[in-house]
Design a protein around this ligand. Structure first.
Ligand code: HEC
Length: 132
């Protein structure tokens, strides 16, 4: 009896694994069980894919594209700047872009992120995390 029970559980686990795997083939989802870390991972991924070219992998404003920009993206490790701006303002420029915020129009809008407030918030925290 004991052995049969164990193999039953194994079958269930295997089934669950297959189902989970097949429903996630489109995009990698590191850990759907933990929403906060999923948002954090997703925000990091978005940053690397869509922001780091200009803002630099460490948020120093030194991405490969930055040299040709005028004005250049600022250095997010600057504590004075970090204090001067609210989370709301950071979120707004990310979603609406520089042009809508009287800043450089080169800074692209990311309106899709307003559909995912938790990821947007995690992205703002990512900007905050660059402070020294
Ligand atoms: C094509 C280059 C480029 C890309 C890509 C880009 N930005 Fe920017 N970003 C800029 C520039 C240039 C500025 C400075 C605008 C200014 O000072 O007029 C800026 C400004 C900002 C600001 C406002 C900071 C300030 O100086 O007040 C935030 C926040 C920001 N970007 C976040 C992001 C995030 C997050 C992403 C990715 C989703 C991103 N940016 C993608 C070029 C870029």
């Amino acid at each position: 009896m004991r052995i049969e029970e164990t193999s039953g559980v194994k079958t269930m686990l295997l089934l669950a694994a297959i189902l989970t795997a097949s429903s996630c083939t489109k995009k990698q989802q590191p850990d759907p069980q933990q929403p906060p870390s999923r948002n954090h991972d997703k925000a990091s991924q978005i940053y690397m894919e869509r922001c780091a070219n200009c803002h630099g992998t460490n948020g120093r404003g030194d991405g490969p594209v930055a040299g040709s920009l005028n004005p250049k993206p600022r250095d997010y490790s600057d504590a004075a700047w970090q204090r001067s701006v609210t989370d709301q303002e950071i979120a707004e420029i990310i979603v609406r872009g520089g042009g809508a915020m009287k800043k450089s129009a080169v800074m692209p809008a990311a309106p899709d992120l307003s559909n995912d407030p938790a990821v947007l918030k995690a992205l703002v925290q990512k900007i905050r995390s660059f402070e020294n």
